[in-house]
Design a protein around this ligand. Structure first.
Ligand code: NAD
Ligand code: TDX
Length: 332
């Protein structure tokens, strides 16, 4: 049994991780989450009370963070401002949470000599051409495009520097695009599913040729647990499940499973600086730690995700109108 402090555990991937850990280990989990617009306490229902504690608070609050880190064995750091489109309109919260928040956590982990795992994204590497035979590896140079990805890149570099300069007991993982339950309706897949439920046509940025490398949130969780258990201190591991798809194909798949015509979507204004393609080579994680993804059938995973949004309208409905109103203002 170990005690995990999970930051951002009321968000999409963090909450999936908390359910995964409590369902598959005997660990205790404390979630620290500010409950921003992206955090939802309803994502943390029906958890075993004796193994789960929720603390509402900000990762930039040094006194709060210090006390919680002192009381844990491992910090698993998911909390972030996570949406590229938001970062293009108001970058400031991304600097506060992603940079200062990460700094605050690693200072506490250093002081109390605690194991730290930093969750990051493949977006720190920039993008690839559609026909590039290479994929991202741990050696790919950093080249982030957006305020979001540049603040994630900055947070990764802080963790690396704290490892080298102060001996922080840290690992880093950079994962590709996640899908699954509890994802905010601002993000691509839930936005389109809930649009179709509401009789709104899905919205594809630009031509829809952009490629994302999809992985189920549970596969991300199992990889993070493997790195915490067996990862080498100071190392970075890329997490991916060979799930490259372009956005147009994903929209068409959603439409098919929801009984709509394959062309029942609209093209809208493209995202400025829109990364063309992400693709992960996760050989290091697989070869070194023996990790394998289990949710490799994307078609079935999308069907399950559609079913989850149909069955959990109470969870997403409160965010939907406001999210669409914001997109409408931006012509998206
Ligand atoms: P999310 O936006 O759904 O959740 C973020 C959570 O962090 C929310 O619960 C929010 O309330 C909390 N939070 C934000 N600011 C905070 C603060 N200052 N203090 C405390 N809590 C705060 O994000 P997500 O999609 O679940 O992403 C989680 C992590 O995984 C991020 O670090 C992101 O960069 C990374 N990641 C995401 C993806 C993806 O596909 N979504 C892929 C790779 C990596
Ligand atoms: O309505 C839409 N139409 C559309 O075509 C939306 C919301 C998005 N898109 C496109 C943009 C991207 O090419 O779909 C793709 C996925 O978009 P997002 O869900 O916004 O994800 P992305 O920008 O790829 O970033 C995600 O994956 C990496 C997460 O939000 C990040 O937190 C993570 O680091």
């Amino acid at each position: 049994m170990q005690r995990l402090l999970v930051t951002g555990g009321a968000g999409f991937i963090g909450s999936n991780f908390v359910h995964y850990v409590l369902g598959n280990t005997d660990d205790h989990v404390t979630v620290l989450d500010k409950l921003t617009y992206a955090g939802n306490i309803a994502s943390l229902k029906n958890l075993p009370e004796e193994r789960f504690t929720f603390v509402e608070g900000d990762i930039t609050d040094a006194a709060l963070v210090d006390g919680l880190v002192a009381d844990t064995d491992v910090v698993v750091h998911y909390a972030a401002e996570s949406h590229n489109d938001n970062s293009l309109h108001d970058p400031r919260p991304f600097l506060d949470t992603n940079i200062i928040g990460t700094y605050t956590l690693i200072e506490a982990a250093r002081k109390h000599n605690k194991r730290f795992h930093h969750i990051s994204t493949d977006e720190v590497y920039g993008d690839l051409e559609l026909d590039d035979p290479e994929r991202f590896t741990e050696q790919t140079p950093y080249n982030p495009s957006s305020p979001y990805s540049s603040t994630k890149a900055g947070s990764d570099l802080l963790v690396r520097a704290w490892v080298r300069s102060f001996g922080l007991q840290a690992t880093i993982s950079n994962c590709s695009n996640n899908y699954g339950p509890y994802q905010h309706v601002e993000k691509f897949i839930p936005r389109q599913i809930t649009n179709v439920i509401d009789g709104i046509r899905p919205k594809l940025y630009g031509k829809g040729e952009n490629v994302r490398d999809w992985i189920h949130a549970n596969d991300h969780s199992s990889a993070v647990l493997a790195i915490i258990a067996k990862g080498r201190i100071g190392e970075t591991y890329l997490i991916g499940a060979d799930g490259e798809k372009n956005n147009k194909d994903v929209v068409e798949l959603i439409l098919k499973h929801m009984g709509q015509a394959p062309d029942a979507y609209d093209h809208v204004v493209d995202r400025p600086g829109h990364d063309l393609r992400y693709a992960i080579d996760s050989s290091k994680l697989r070869d070194e730690l023996g990790w394998e993804p289990k949710f490799s059938n994307f078609d079935a995973g999308i069907e399950d995700t559609i079913a989850w949004y149909r069955e959990n309208e109470n969870w997403w409905r409160p965010q939907k109108a406001q999210t669409e109103a914001k997109y409408k203002e931006q012509g998206q």
